[in-house]
Design a protein around this ligand. Structure first.
Ligand SMILES: Nc1nc2c(c(=O)[nH]1)N[C@H]1C(S)=C(S)[C@@H](COP(=O)(O)O)O[C@H]1N2
Ligand SMILES: [Mo]
Length: 195
């Protein structure tokens, strides 16, 4: 079953704003910062990320422009694994995921901590291609795909909500496709940051 208003295209579209970043393994790092429990931010090199335990998640992928791609098999590091190794402070309510060139998306800590949320390195058993987020992308299958940030470079633990790139430009702060939470004007009390 698909969320309301969605259709299945023939192939996985490529959709993003701005250029595709080049990957330089020597200088690349993933930063985990903000309200970390230990008080010290973490910088993981590519080798560190590649050494983390890998898991698979198979899920449908729903873009707000109405295409849905059924049954993608993603592999990578579960967000629950990352949270376990690099715990946020108890006061953390939201996470901002940052990509190269300033793209970002905010998710509630509960959505980030969902068992099917992962930082993917592979799609359908092969490494991500550059246009689909190589080397590392977030996948939050139960939210509209603009939350599934490609080319992830940082994870910011936040103690208050803040809008990301599309959330600031009229898209829904929560983005549940089953509730068709497409646009910010649909937001109910408590679904967005205080004005
Ligand atoms: N860094 C970055 N990630 C991004 C985007 C983007 O513009 N920049 N677009 C999002 C949107 S709107 C969608 S639908 C999906 C598309 O993923 P795909 O290109 O792998 O199909 O990536 C998401 N992740
Ligand atoms: Mo999208």
């Amino acid at each position: 079953m698909l969320p309301p208003g969605q259709y299945i295209p023939r192939t996985l579209p490529v959709l993003h704003y701005g250029p595709i970043p080049a990957f330089a393994p020597e200088t690349w790092h993933l930063r985990i910062f903000g309200a970390v429990e230990s008080g010290t931010e973490t910088r993981l090199r590519w080798d560190d990320v590649a050494a983390l335990p890998a898991s698979e998640v198979t899920a449908d992928f729903h873009c707000v422009t109405k295409f849905s791609v059924p049954g993608i098999c993603w592999a990578g590091v579960l967000a629950t694994e990352l949270l376990r190794r690099f715990p946020p402070a108890a006061s953390v309510t939201h996470v901002m995921i940052w990509a190269d060139f300033g793209y970002s998306a905010n998710v509630r800590i509960g959505d980030f901590a969902a068992e099917s949320t992962l930082l993917a390195t592979h799609r359908d058993h092969v490494p991500l291609t550059p246009e689909h987020g190589y080397p590392l992308r977030l996948v939050v299958p139960h939210l509209y795909a603009w939350k599934s940030v490609k080319w992830v470079r940082a994870i910011e633990y936040m103690t208050a909500d803040r809008r990301g790139f599309w959330e600031e430009r009229g898209y829904h702060n929560v983005a549940d496709p089953w509730a068709e939470q497409r646009y910010s004007y649909q937001e109910q009390e408590g679904e967005g940051p205080p004005q």
